[in-house]
Design a protein around this ligand. Structure first.
Ligand code: SAH
Length: 270
């Protein structure tokens, strides 16, 4: 899928992905006493989020209404630390802790749209980061397992997701997601021979730059299933979309992007 926007996404905004979905059920972001209620000119975060959707997503090539709606409902400012409310909704990636980034809204939108998430889908995300992408997927009523390599980020993201009401739909796991989830479960349950292996995932989303779509990840994709992975060098990648159907894997390439590197056994060296 090609980006038709006249204004290309800021390449710096790479590392993140998310989509939008319908805000139904228990997820109830935006009701926290800790959150700033308005920007300098009195604009509420909901207004900023809706403006972001209109100016940065709808006006480009994000057409999936579920994605657009989810992105208007997730309080992005809660994922970006202590910055100005309006900056949280700006057209760029932002730094988070530990030298990582939260992707530009457009990159989150395009990745989530490409993923074609539907309610009830089991989604595996590699690279939890701030948890913003996972929240978007949860808004779309997917069941998400998200893996983050850096323990402090995994903990912070999990707490944030729980406090925003997404705890029942997102599970954050700390570890190397370049090989997916099974190896992690094997490690944590060495003596439970009877443990059920996890079901394959309807969708897999990698939000760090990978050298390839690893065999281990492919083995965890359901059939039919879909995966979106930024693949390329350590410095820059192209979004790849994989579709598995009747045992056949097809691959298409999409927009150029720049994510922080996927570090791990099937990623890059630390
Ligand atoms: N999706 C995130 C942004 C991801 S930034 C968001 O919405 O905020 C990329 C993240 O991938 C970083 O937090 C980085 O620590 C993590 N990462 C890198 N290699 C990883 C690996 N092998 N397994 C899991 N996470 C990894």
């Amino acid at each position: 899928m090609n980006r038709s926007a006249s204004e290309p996404p800021d390449p710096e905004s790479t590392a993140s992905s998310s989509g939008m979905g319908r805000a139904e059920g228990s997820a109830n972001p935006g009701r926290s006493s800790r959150e700033p209620s308005a920007g300098d000119d009195g604009t509420s975060w909901r207004q900023l989020a809706m403006r972001m959707v209109q100016a940065q997503l709808r006006s480009r090539d994000i057409r999936d209404e579920a994605v657009l709606e989810a992105m208007s409902r997730v309080p992005r400012h809660r994922f970006v630390g202590r910055i100005d409310l309006e900056a949280a909704y700006a057209d760029r990636a932002l730094p988070t802790l530990e030298g990582q980034t939260i992707s530009q809204p457009y990159m989150v939108g395009i990745m989530t749209q490409l993923l074609q998430v539907r309610p009830g889908h089991r989604v595996l995300e590699i690279g939890t980061g701030s948890g913003y992408q996972a929240a978007i997927l949860a808004e779309m009523r997917a069941k998400v397992i998200s893996i983050e390599r850096i323990a402090s980020l995994a903990r912070a993201a999990e707490q944030r997701l729980v406090s925003l009401g997404y705890g029942d739909r997102v599970t954050v796991v700390q570890g190397d997601g370049s090989v997916g989830i099974r190896a992690l479960l094997d490690l944590s349950m060495p003596d439970e021979g009877g443990a059920e292996p996890p079901q394959p995932f309807d969708r897999i989303l990698v939000t760090a730059g990978a050298p390839s779509f690893s065999d281990e990840l492919l083995a965890q994709l359901a059939d039919p299933g879909r995966a979106v992975v930024p693949i390329g060098s350590r410095a820059e990648q192209v979004l790849h979309v994989y579709e598995l159907r009747d045992g056949t894997l097809s691959e298409t390439t999409c927009v150029p992007c720049r994510f922080v590197p996927l570090i791990g056994e099937r990623g890059w060296a630390d």
